[in-house]
Design a binder for this molecule. Structure first.
Ligand code: CR1
Length: 815
């Protein structure tokens, strides 16, 4: 689509007038944003129509990616870049008296996700559309995203994230596509002409209304769909005007309970009600999504037998794993298929991605809860379990002792990962190490039974958002050096290797990094009032706050440096700025204490005239996609220091690498593959390996107290937690202290401290050699092509989904 600056300006003022009744001079930046949004929407709508039309007419297979989270980030910039209008819009807006940055900044981040898992889903949608692959997202339109984080007195405070308070310019409500989802009630089993049928009575009826968001591909004609479902009530079953108005009050209760379903991303699941709501959300997504897919499918194809040939459903972790019994329900009860046929179709359509081996995150639901909320679904899960256990008993006699650990239903709980494995044709992990751990340890018996299902798909990120949009100066520099083929084929970044040692190129790379650091320093000052030295090393740890991600280990290193500088104020060291960004789950006490520890350490250092010359700590509140886009291009050191075996992949590690940061990390998740690519000289690895960790967990031979007793540096750091030197309130950090000593330091912080400090020393020495450092940095960028989500999605497309690129033919496009 080409649009001249002149045409853009004209369209802008026309649209502004018809939408807001305003002249350009009077428009606010928000109105300008909405206006550009509407211009883009019109362009996208045409391509969207074409895409849908082409998919319908060429009857190729399509994939649906079911996920409880999609962490999209701002979409205006993506849509401008993808449609090739970024420059036109920038210039047009400037001529009209607006600043592009300010206009883009008006967009609310839709916080419909928590961390990596949701961001991965968004990168995947971007790659699907950019590779012209027929693939769509299916999720929930939560009214409130993940909470907004404020830091008050050093503590995290959670505020509601009402991202929809202004109209969301990218969505379209599709009332005509509404479906009904049923909860509760009873099932009556009746025999009709020799066949059992199941009648659902007294259920609660919820309307699922879809809102569609267009997902555009990079400078092509594809616009796929992200469909987000919203729960609404129906008024049909109530008589508001009855004499006693009883129905009216029932209706209010009912309306409230329905709307809750799509209200919050994470209902507080520390209570039974909270958990019930979460289960309701999962079924709501799954049932609405599947009904709609099946309805469209039946409009296009003569028989549901073709389902696996035409549709693949990928479930993003176990959250949408009720897809399996729900698809069975639809095929059995609605389509009247036999159990065997329905099972065959289901297990050839559904594929499952596992994203974690942490036992706390492996979902289970109490039988009673599922039975009451989803009676028919429970019956189906029960039957799947019976048949699966019988199969194990007969076909795998050697596993008989394992059956109780493999059953889908055991000890009153439904194990969703087991259901997902049994009911799908592909089970993939998200990095090599993680997949190996699934196969050889966590899911071992399942791997024995279904070896053919297990496969690895190492995660990736979209270089369009994380380099082209987030770091335009670096992107231009790369293009200047190696031409622009890398933009469509990120693997080509490898040709940068020949410039790794090139002094002139190094200087340019250093210049871009410095400019980004200066910009971030300015941003930090504006946001926090803290002035940081933009010549210091920017050492960054941004991700969810969790024990296994070990923000605590990072703080311990900082507190150790603090002691060293106090001992020797003239210590020769390169000044460093430690930057953190992280949200802690609202009910996760320990994680919140770690935030408090970071902010307390920051304050203590800021107040110390000697120490603050050398180190600074900054905690940036409300970490989200847009903030990550600011921070990553300015980073020198990327902290990826999870306890080995715990981080399934990580994707932040890839974003940093792509932007030339050097990783300090454990041999965990995708760090292992980053190391394989760049070689050991271009990454700083340390600490226990996954094997060590698993062995310690089995043998129970680790004693954190021994490490504490044996290392004076650790004792000094830890004593600061409880001796009043950090906080007057001497119980403030007691919990952290005892978690490490009395609860035996589940995440091996003390154990890895020594090798972490050593790796940090080596890293500092390397930083002192600018030529060597820049060489490492360029080498990292050059090898980052492997971690493009285009590569990941191509693998899913050919090895799991069997879908192929479709060139969209233009039917509505006038130009
Ligand atoms: C993992 O912890 C991984 C993402 C995306 C997370 C992280 O290492 O990069 O998934 N897992 O694959 C998760 O959120 C529920 O599990």
């Amino acid at each position: 689509m080409s649009l001249s600056v002149q045409e853009f300006r004209q369209q802008f003022s026309d649209k502004l007038m018809t939408t807001f009744g305003k002249k350009v001079e009077k428009a606010t930046p928000f109105e300008a944003f909405q206006t550009v949004g509407l211009i883009l929407r019109e362009l996208l709508n045409r391509k969207w129509q074409d895409t849908k039309g082409t998919y319908r007419s060429n009857s190729q297979k399509q994939v649906y990616y079911f996920s409880m989270e999609f962490l999209l980030g701002r979409l205006m910039i993506t849509n401008l870049l993808n449609s090739g209008l970024l420059e036109t819009c920038k210039q047009g807006l400037e001529e009209l008296g607006f600043n592009l940055e300010e206009v883009l900044g008006q967009e609310q981040d839709p916080g419909l996700g928590n961390g990596d898992l949701g961001r991965l889903a968004a990168c995947f949608l971007d790659s699907l559309a950019s590779l012209e692959l027929p693939g769509h997202g299916c999720g929930i339109r939560y009214k409130y995203g993940l909470f907004q984080q404020k830091i008050v007195d050093g503590n995290q405070v959670e505020l509601p994230d009402y991202w929809l308070k202004n109209e969301y310019v990218w969505e379209t409500k599709r009332l005509d596509q509404t479906v009904e989802v049923h909860f509760g009630g009873e099932i009556e089993t009746v025999e009709e002409s020799g066949r059992l049928t199941f009648k659902h009575h007294h259920y609660e009826k919820v309307l699922a209304v879809p809102y569609d968001i267009p997902v555009s591909g990079y400078q092509n004609h594809t616009v796929n769909t992200l469909r987000l479902w919203s729960a609404e009530s129906t008024t049909n079953d109530f008589h508001f005007y009855s004499i006693d108005r009883k129905d009216y009050y029932h209706y209010l209760d009912y309306k409230r309970s329905v709307e809750q379903i799509s209200e919050f991303l994470y209902p507080d699941d520390s209570s039974y009600e909270g958990r019930l709501l979460r289960l309701k959300q999962q079924y709501f997504l799954v049932s609405a999504g599947l009904q709609c897919i099946l309805r469209e499918f039946k409009n296009s194809y003569p028989s549901v037998d073709l389902l696996p040939e035409k549709i693949a459903i990928q479930i993003n972790d176990t959250h949408p794993s009720l897809v399996i019994p729900e698809l069975m329900r639809l095929l059995l009860d609605q389509e009247q298929l036999s159990w065997e046929k329905a099972w065959e179709l289901t297990t050839r359509t559904v594929a499952y991605t596992n994203h974690t081996t942490m036992s706390e995150a492996l979902e289970t639901w109490p039988v009673d809860m599922v039975k009451t909320l989803l009676p028919r679904i429970y019956m189906i899960i029960h039957e799947i379990n019976e048949r699966f256990c019988r199969h194990l008993w007969l076909a795998h006699p050697t596993l008989r002792d394992e059956i109780k650990h493999m059953a889908i239903i055991s000890y009153g709980q439904i194990h969703m990962a087991h259901l997902a494995i049994v009911g799908s044709y592909s089970v993939n992990g998200v990095a090599k190490l993680h997949t190996d751990i699934l196969k050889n340890s966590v899911m071992k018996p399942f791997y024995t039974v279904f070896p053919e299902k297990f496969n690895n798909k190492t995660n990736g990120i979209t270089h369009r958002r994380w380099l082209l949009m987030a770091n335009p100066p670096l992107a231009s520099l790369i293009t200047e050096a190696i031409g622009e083929t890398w933009v469509r084929e990120p693997k080509q970044l490898i040709t940068l290797l020949k410039y790794a040692g090139d002094a002139a190129f190094q200087e340019k790379i250093a210049g871009v990094k410095q400019a980004n650091k200066t910009a971030l320093a300015k941003y930090i000052q504006e946001r926090t009032g803290i002035r940081v030295d933009d010549r210091s090393i920017f050492d960054v740890h941004i991700k969810r706050l969790h024990g296994y991600k070990r923000q605590l280990l990072n703080v311990f290193h900082i507190l150790h440096l603090y002691e060293m500088i106090r001992d020797n104020p003239n210590m020769d060291m390169v000044p460093r700025t430690f930057i953190f960004g992280a949200k802690a789950a609202p009910g996760y006490h320990f994680a919140k204490k770690v935030i408090k520890l970071i902010t307390t350490t920051a304050a203590k250092i800021a107040a110390d005239p000697i120490v603050r010359e050398k180190i600074r700590v900054v905690f940036l509140e409300n970490y989200n996609v847009s903030l990550a886009e600011q921070i990553i291009p300015a980073t020198d050191v990327s902290e990826q220091i999870s306890t080995a075996s715990k981080e399934a992949s990580g994707t932040g590690n890839m974003k940093f690498m792509l932007n030339g940061a050097i990783t300090i990390g454990t041999l965990d998740g995708a760090n292992v593959e980053i190391r394989e690519m760049v070689g050991p000289d271009n990454i700083f690895t340390f600490g226990l390996t996954a094997e060590d960790v698993l062995a310690y967990q089995l043998s129970r031979m680790y004693r954190s107290r021994d490490v504490y007793n044996g290392d004076q540096r650790i004792r000094r750091v830890m004593d600061q937690l409880v001796n009043g030197s950090l906080s007057n309130d001497d119980v403030e950090f007691k919990d952290i202290y005892y978690t490490l000593l009395s609860n035996n330091d589940e995440y091996f912080v003390l154990k890895d401290f020594d090798s972490y400090v050593e790796a940090q020393d080596l890293l500092e020495q390397a930083y002192r050699q600018p030529t060597e450092w820049l060489k490492k940095s360029i080498t990292n960028i050059a090898h980052s092509g492997k971690f493009s989500s285009d590569r990941t999605i191509s693998e899913y497309a050919s090895e799991i989904w069997d879908i192929h690129p479709v060139t969209i033919s233009s039917t509505t496009q006038s130009r």
